[in-house]
Design a protein around this ligand. Sequence first.
Ligand SMILES: [Zn+2]
Length: 116
Amino acid sequence: MAVYEYRCRTCDDLFELRRPMSESDAPAACPQGHADTVRLLSVFASAPYLHSGAAPTLDAVLENVTHRSAGSGGADMLTSAGDRQALVRFLKSIDRSTEPFTVVNRPANLCGPTPP
Ligand SMILES: [Zn+2]
């Protein structure tokens, strides 16, 4: 058994279900009975964050200027608390239907492959 997180596309409710892994993608009605739901990436399950586990939440990760600006050459592009909250909301909303996107203003010294 595992815990899976779902979002209802009708009422936007977030809910969890404990079910066998073989049923992770089975239909899951929300607590209000709506059937149009989607399983989320469940980033909550990967907490605590940072190599030391020092950040219990995604909000805590983004509050740490050193970590949120790592790999950016020191540029802190998330100085706005509202922007940080929007990023956390986005991370928690990722599901299979989330379209991949390209970083538009990619710092030159960012690790990883350069997108086409
Ligand atoms: Zn619902």
